[in-house]
Design a protein around this ligand. Sequence first.
Ligand code: NAP
Length: 295
Amino acid sequence: MRIGVIGAGQLGGTLATWCAESGHEVAVTSRHPDRLTDLVAHGDGHIRALTVPEAAAFGEVLFFAPNWESAREAIDLAHDAMAGKVVIDATNPARIDAPVEGTIPGAPGPGGLGLGGPGTGGPGPSGPGPSGPGSGGLNAGGADAGSLSAGGMGAVGLGSFAPGFPSALDVPSFVRVPAAPGTSPELGIPTRSGFEQLISWAPEAHWVKAFNTITTDVLDRRRGHDPLLAEWVCTDQRDAREAACRIIQELGFAPFFAGGPEAARLTETGGPLQRLEVDVQDAKDVLAEALATIH
Ligand SMILES: NC(=O)c1ccc[n+]([C@@H]2O[C@H](COP(=O)([O-])OP(=O)(O)OC[C@H]3O[C@@H](n4cnc5c(N)ncnc54)[C@H](OP(=O)(O)O)[C@@H]3O)[C@@H](O)[C@H]2O)c1
């Protein structure tokens, strides 16, 4: 598959490298193409450097991983090519950085990943990880996709994609997470999640939230190892969910559906799932606990 990575910094560069290792053709972007020399070389012919519009057009599936401050600008550049494509949003809104009330036990301190700050000056892909997803025995991505609610009706299945973890935990699809810490209508700061903001800027894209909670060093350490690390997936688009789950599995993690776009706030900076390193067998309980913090 052709994958476009918009914003090939620490996270995007790492994902680009892993996708190339998994056999995908990958296009990465930078406003400073010379910074991508090592990343392209590391891709063994499967990674090319393109402009943002070119990479967006190249990819059948896109990763969206710029700094949050640049997100709007990047969308403006990629917008035309995003329509109808699955876009995996790995960003965190930088302004949501206040302490979280009711954070679940084991969660990191306030501030999340501190992500979205000034650029680090270039891609930082780690070396090749362990050999693939391997031993988790996961089903094909999307095996559980039938539990997606249609048109806001019924319940949203929250099951993982691993055997033995059925969609036993269901919450009504109208569950809303509260305004994110640090946001306030009075201050003129949007109370919706960053993910919902992105969707509003490019509604024709098929957005899915994933890969935004865990730092690349932890991803690198956990990649492909049992017990597999749970990777939260938020979307209301079936094709986006299936594509993201497939890629998550290929890269050596266990996709775990957390809900629709409104659930993304649970995973973003300041949310109870941000920076939590969760084994897949614990994901259902951890998600239930995170949801409990919003009541
Ligand atoms: N680093 C992690 O471990 C991690 C983990 C989870 C989520 N995230 C999220 O991923 C996002 C990126 O984090 P990062 O640590 O990878 O940051 P980073 O290393 O600073 O990379 C940011 C990327 O954004 C690109 N960019 C900046 N302005 C742009 C613009 N106007 N148009 C297009 N691209 C632009 C930069 O490209 P240039 O070369 O042009 O500057 C660079 O490739 C953040 O939202 C963060 O919350 C990061």
